[in-house]
Structure formats: C-alpha cells, structure tokens
Design a protein around this ligand. Structure first.
Ligand code: ZN
Length: 462
C-alpha cells in the first residue's frame, strides 16, 4: 500500500506549544479569543492560556483554530457513490439500490483501501474522530469471513492509517425492510451481507471484536425499525447498556418508514425504540426527520442526541427535521453518504434549513453549531474527553487561516461566524489529532496523495 504508515508507536507525541492567533474555546459562545497559547504533551492538552504573547519557539497558527471536528455518522463505502447518484430522478429507495451494488463489490482488502482514503479526506476537512455506522459485516451471500469481524477490523485499521479516531458502531441489521402492510421482509441480494440472523447472534459476533489501538472504541447500532423487528431490539439495547457504549439508530428518515411502522405496530418508530428502552442519554438518533409532537417530546425527555446529516438528507429528498423543536437535545453532525465531506457545510445547513422551515433566523448560533461539530459529536461517540480546547482534553487542533478567497476580508474577531457560515473544508490548513499533525499545509501527512488513492480504489470498485 503506497504511502501507508501507521502512527508512530510508543512514547506518545512530543510536547508542543502552539500559539493560536484566534481560537474558539467556547468561553465567548460564538466568539473566538485572541492570542491563545495551547500546550500539549503525550497527546493531551496541558494548558490553554488566552491573551498570551507568542513565546519564543512556539508554533504559530494564524487565523482561527478550533477543537477537533467529529463526523458522527459515516458509511465509509458510500464515498464510492459520490457524483454518480445525484441526478436522474428516483428516490431514496432507488438510491439504495445503487448503494447495494457498491456494497456487493467490497472485500476486507478493498474496504480497507477505500475507507483509508475516505478517512484521509475527512482528516483534510478537520475531522479527528469518525462514527462509522458499520453493517457490511459478511461476504457476498452472507457467508461469514474466517474472521467474522474482518470488515470491522479493516475500518479500525483504516482510521489508524488515516490518523483519526474511530467509534465502530456495529450495526444490527436483520430484515430487508417493513412492507406497507407491516411485515418484515427477509434480507435479499446485497443485504445478505449485513445480517447475523437474529440479535443474539449479532451480539455474539460483535462481542468477539475488540478494536486494536487506543484510537478506537466499539459501540452498537440498530439500523432502523425497518431492519430490526421490535422483538429483537431489547437484546441490542442490553448489549450497549452492559458496555456503557454509544447506541445509534437511523430514525424516521422517510415517511414510508413511519407508515409501515404504524401498520406493523400501531406506533411510530420513535415510540417503538422508546418502548424497547432504546432512547437513553447514550443514544444518537440519526436524521429524526419525520417526528410527531409525541416523538419530539419523547426524544427531549430521554436525553438522546439527534444526529443531523443535512447534505445527505437534502440529496435524498428526505425532508426537513424539526430542529428547533428538538432542542435542547444535543445536536451532532454527520456526512453520512459523503456526497460532500465538509463539516462546515453540515453545520451551517442545520441552521439554514431550519430558517427555510420556520421562516426565522437564528435558532442555532455559531457557538451551538460549533459545539455540534466538536464536543457534542465526540461525546456521542464515547469520547467525552475530546472536542474542546481545555486542559486535559485530547490534543486536537483544526486551523483555518483567513487569507483564502472565501474568508478574505472577514473580521478576525468574528472569525468563528465567518468560518461556520462561509468556509469550506478546503480552507483547513493544519490538523492535529491526539498531539500529532495529520494535516500540514493542506496535505495529509500519512496519505499525501489522498485524491489519487480515492481515484484508484473507487474506479477499481466500479
Ligand atoms: Zn446513515
């Protein structure tokens, strides 16, 4: 694998002093602070000192510096669909058929290379942690690999080689869907690769996997009420509870899911999850687009997080979530199918789509959107100690200078507003994850020709 290099082992990263011209610490809500000295050792921040004069020997970051960004909802293999599925009409359901065709062509080797390149693209966009919603478990036809977690292991290794942390959300996926009459269909075609038979066998396989590396955590997921019958949900919920692990689930992405769920159970998907004990403070509900008032109340009461993926939701014509109604539920961000890979676009779209829905501006300000992209995202993936510029936190830094064409002329004291509402992933210049530089001057330090690697593996798959 040309260019592949695992992060240096042992000893931890060297101590560093980084002086940030402007840095967002959250202390001023959406406003950055000037002259912030960040000191790190062993992959942790040891001190954050605003109003500091740059000491001799410190590295200097101009423009704005943020904590690491968390991409809370990813399907790495969907990156192979970019630019190939967005036109020509169709629906979520026809898009899904195209996605299945890619899923059918992957094996542990190609998935490692595809995910490594996709994660390297994430790192270039400022992402220091990914939540991988992983259901491509088995070989074509559903045969188990010799190592039944070979595909998950490939994803964990891919993240290490791309220099970011991963929470591998092992997805329970048992059924091919709920038909309009309310019956669960068996897995068919490419879906056979996703299934373990029942939740108990899913749990056995998932429990047999311990991710290698201190960059990785394991979590659990319910694909959706379409893919997991209600009677199977308690096993998944118990598995996550026993491990105090994150539990993620797709929820009410499409009206057809709600209609079929009502036909099957006489209850909404949110109620089915709630009745199974799946709505907890460790839970992330992905999309949560078509919710009733009762659903919204249940989500708010539970303390669950809502993970929004606006660039995917608009591409798939899902609809607009009731974002403002769901507050104060923590909001997180995911690039999901990676039609775009830009956390700034996801962040501003949460607020801008809410403006379209409500005809009002300012439901979420810059501070709230940055918390979604940083601390809330990391916490939803089990990394409570990341996503903030404070002593003790993981040493993640994302630097965005203000000298590019998109940000030139911005008021530096309002740099966070400018970045959230006008920057693109291409404006990210330097990224540190766990005390190591993963991106310098816009180039990935471990995967220097990320575009070439993406191009090679994606064309190989197609
Ligand atoms: Zn998804």
């Amino acid at each position: 694998m040309p260019g592949a290099r695992a992060p240096a082992a042992g000893g931890g990263p060297a101590p560093r002093r980084v002086w940030c011209e402007w840095a967002w610490t959250g202390a001023g809500d959406g406003s950055p602070e000037y002259g912030v000295l960040v000191e790190t050792a062993g992959g942790r921040i040891t001190a954050v000192s605003p109003g500091a004069v740059a000491p001799a020997g410190a590295e200097t970051l101009t423009g704005l510096t943020l904590p690491g960004l968390a991409n809370a909802h990813s399907h790495a293999f969907h990156r192979a669909l970019r630019g190939r599925t967005h036109t020509g009409g169709g629906s979520f359901w026809t898009w899904r058929e195209a996605m299945y065709r890619v899923a059918d062509r992957l094996d542990p080797d190609t998935y490692l290379r595809l995910a490594r390149a996709a994660y390297a693209e994430m790192a270039l966009a400022g992402v220091t942690c990914v939540g991988e919603f992983h259901y491509l478990h088995h070989a074509p036809g559903g045969t188990r690999y010799a190592d039944p977690n070979a595909m998950g292991a490939a994803l964990v290794r891919a993240a290490a080689e791309a220099g970011l942390r991963i929470t591998l959300l092992d997805v329970c996926y048992l059924s091919g869907g709920l038909d309009p009459g309310g019956a669960h269909r068996p897995l068919e075609g490419a879906q056979r690769r996703f299934g373990d038979g029942d939740a108990a066998r899913w749990a056995d396989r998932a429990a047999g996997f311990t991710p290698v590396g201190d960059h990785a955590l394991a979590g659990a997921a319910v694909h959706s009420v379409r893919a997991v019958p209600a009677a199977q949900l308690p096993d998944v919920v118990a598995y996550a509870a026993d491990r105090h692990a994150p539990l993620h689930a797709h929820l009410s992405e499409q009206p057809a899911e709600n209609a079929a769920c009502l036909a099957a159970y006489g209850r909404t998907p949110a109620r089915v999850l709630d009745d199974a004990g799946a709505l907890t403070p460790r839970t992330s509900l992905v999309h949560a687009t078509h919710l009733t008032d009762d659903d919204v109340g249940a989500v708010r009461l539970s303390g669950a997080t809502v993970c929004l993926c606006p660039t995917t939701e608009r591409d798939l014509a899902d609809g607009l979530p009731r974002t403002g109604d769901l507050l104060p539920a923590p909001i997180t961000l995911g690039t999901d199918q990676h039609a775009q890979l830009d956390l700034f676009e996801e962040a501003r779209a949460v607020e801008l789509h809410e403006r379209l829905r409500t005809h009002r501006r300012g439901t979420l300000g810059t501070g709230a959107l940055l918390r979604a992209a940083t601390a809330h995202g990391h916490a939803s993936l089990g990394w409570e100690d990341a996503g903030a510029l404070r002593a003790g936190a993981r040493a993640d830094l994302v630097n965005i200078p203000l000298d590019g064409v998109r940000l030139a002329g911005a008021d530096p004291a309002r740099a966070a507003d400018a970045v959230v509402f006008a920057a693109s992933a291409a404006d990210v210049r330097h990224v540190m994850a766990d005390g190591r530089w993963t991106v310098r001057d816009g180039v990935h330090t471990l995967v220097p020709d990320t575009a070439h690697e993406l191009d090679t593996v994606i064309k190989e798959i197609h």
